[in-house]
Design a protein around this ligand. Structure first.
Ligand SMILES: NC(=O)c1ccc[n+]([C@@H]2O[C@H](COP(=O)([O-])OP(=O)(O)OC[C@H]3O[C@@H](n4cnc5c(N)ncnc54)[C@H](O)[C@@H]3O)[C@@H](O)[C@H]2O)c1
Ligand SMILES: O=C(O)[C@H](O)CO
Length: 386
């Protein structure tokens, strides 16, 4: 039997009981739930990753909906417990939902929400930061400086890679991959090669127009192409950033063989999910190729790193902070709360999960809809006409 978990309660007399497995930034999400007659219970347990047993005791006998986190294992056990407690909605406070067994949720009639869009630019900005930090060896140089080792300018001190005129490769040109591609093309005048299962039409139009703009200004225009395979991206690009979803088809997408295809001095960035890279193979590749650099926000066995990675000077590592800006995290909390609330209240699903701005306007009431429900079709939920 799990130990009781500590909770903070808002609006104790609310009709609907909504549980958040973590405190989340801002108060708008709490207020929106309270205004709609919810009793909000927030788990304040000092334990970063809650176990399935912890969450079962949070759900208890009566629970209308849960806002959960990407660190939690939302499978058959939790959805059956939520269903027994009368639950109708669950939302990850994340766009990725590889921690959720959507089929199990659907079986119990529980809607699964996620938080797209609000984190697109924030995450792309971190991918761009890691690209620069790795290419220009910023962390290594910072450590050197703090260690008191700097004794004067030298022609060979921390020489890295220039981005301008080089090629940026994007694998998974969805919302975040496309935003990152635009930043690197526009900010650093890089040529683009991308691989996705689908054509990134809006990205292609943007890059084409930007190339024409540069040409009209007498500057060297950039080029772009959609690659026929991921391997083509790996062979040709100087900086490669990974942005696909994690599923069975993308597990270990970057393995030993594919690392070997990349340029010896390439930069590889991962802000998607850790298991997309075979991290053991990566550590070995970093050891064998000191000019090859990586910027990692995510890890295969989070929160752990594979042995050897922490010692690699050619790796920049940060703890899964790509969406960590105040505006974004508050917005993610709002979208997650509105997904759960919308399902409890029987609202329809928003027509376009890529355009969630109306839910994020702090000066207006949000639309009466669930911003983003990933199993809406399977549950045959109505679509909002707003
Ligand atoms: N590090 C972080 O904090 C952080 C923040 C936000 C999102 N993410 C991760 O980023 C992912 C992408 O988010 P998004 O909003 O851009 O999603 P998205 O659905 O808009 O984009 C994903 C893209 O990947 C493509 N794709 C799928 N399988 C592929 C494959 N085998 N090869 C190439 N492309 C493939 C899809 O077609 C799609 O265009 C999320 O699922 C999440 O796991 C991480
Ligand atoms: O999928 C996500 O949203 C991230 O990993 C956290 O922002």
């Amino acid at each position: 039997m799990a130990k009781p978990v500590s909770i903070e309660v808002w609006n104790p007399n609310g009709r609907y009981r909504v549980v958040s497995t973590k405190p989340m930034p801002g108060t708008r999400w709490i207020n929106l739930l309270i205004e709609q007659d919810c009793r909000v219970e927030i788990c304040t347990q000092k334990k970063t990753i809650l176990s399935v047993e912890d969450i079962i005791s949070l759900i208890g006998d009566k629970c209308d909906g849960v806002i959960g986190q990407l660190t939690e294992d939302w499978g058959e056990t939790l959805f059956s417990a939520l269903s027994r407690a009368g639950g109708k909605g669950f939302s990850n406070m994340a766009v990725g939902y590889n921690n959720v067994d959507v089929n199990a949720a659907t079986k119990y009639g529980i809607a699964v929400g996620n938080t797209p869009g609000v984190l697109t630019e924030t995450t792309a900005e971190l991918a761009a930061s890691l690209s620069l930090a790795a290419a220009r060896r910023i962390v290594e140089a910072d450590e050197f400086m703090r260690a008191g080792l700097y004794d004067g300018w030298l022609p060979n001190l921390f020489v890295g890679n220039l981005l301008k005129g080089q090629t940026v490769g994007v694998v998974g040109a969805g919302r975040i991959g496309s935003a990152y591609a635009r930043m690197m093309v526009e900010g650093f005048k890089m040529n683009l090669i991308y691989y996705d299962l689908y054509q990134a039409t809006r990205l292609e139009k943007f890059v084409t127009a930007y190339a024409e703009f540069l040409k009209a200004n007498g500057e060297q225009p950039i080029t772009w192409k959609r690659a026929g395979s991921m391997d083509e991206v790996l062979r040709e690009a100087d900086v490669i950033s990974l942005h696909p979803i994690l599923d069975k088809t993308t597990y270990h997408l970057v393995n030993k063989e594919r690392l070997a295809m990349m340029k010896k001095d390439a930069v590889l960035v991962n802000c998607s999910r850790g298991p997309i890279i075979d991290e053991v193979a990566l550590v070995e590749h970093l050891k064998q190729n000191p000019m090859f650099r990586v910027g990692l926000d995510v890890f295969e066995d989070e929160p752990y790193m594979k042995p050897g990675l922490a010692e690699m000077k050619n790796a920049v590592v940060v703890p899964h902070i790509a969406s960590a800006s105040k505006w974004t995290r508050e917005g993610m909390a709002t979208l997650a709360a509105l997904n759960v609330l919308g399902k409890i209240k029987g609202y329809p699903v928003w027509g376009d999960p890529n355009r969630v701005d109306p839910f994020l306007n702090e000066n207006a009431s949000p639309p009466a809809a669930c911003p983003s429900i990933v199993n809406s079709k399977a549950l045959a939920l109505p679509v909002s006409k707003l």
